[in-house]
Unconditional design. Structure first.
Length: 126
């Protein structure tokens, strides 16, 4: 039986820099390796930092799992920079490789992570 993945969402929207935290667990069966969630708030600005933190073994995601954060137009605001994330190491991407958003809710999509695997994505906007 398939089990959808889950995401716990924290949105820090006060101050100049906004921080969105997605703590995710991938699904099983037909939803294996998948987790999705959309923000409650609308965001505008430049994405200045992406941080991906895989869980420790045995919950670590499969190597080269993918992170996409789409705006309401269906465009990957990470501009592909969330592809092929590492199974064991925290990785960061800075603003020069990331996009922007204009008054949209943002939707996280984790793929290729493996059954019930876990991790955290931090997104910073200004």
């Amino acid at each position: 039986m398939a089990d959808k993945g889950s995401v716990t969402l924290t949105e820090e929207i006060f101050g100049t820099v906004k921080k969105i935290t997605f703590d995710w667990t991938a699904g099983t069966g037909a939803d294996a390796g998948l987790a999705t969630k959309t923000t409650e708030n609308f965001f505008s600005g430049e994405i200045i930092r992406l941080v991906t933190v895989p869980a420790a073994a045995p919950d670590a995601p499969d190597d080269n799992y993918d992170v996409v954060i789409n705006d309401e137009d269906g465009t990957d605001t990470l501009m592909g920079a969330g592809a092929n994330r590492d199974t064991a190491n925290t990785e960061q991407v800075l603003a020069s490789s990331l996009g922007c958003v204009a008054n949209d809710k943002l939707s996280l999509s984790i793929t290729n992570a493996g059954d019930t695997k876990k991790g955290t994505v931090y997104l910073y906007l200004r």
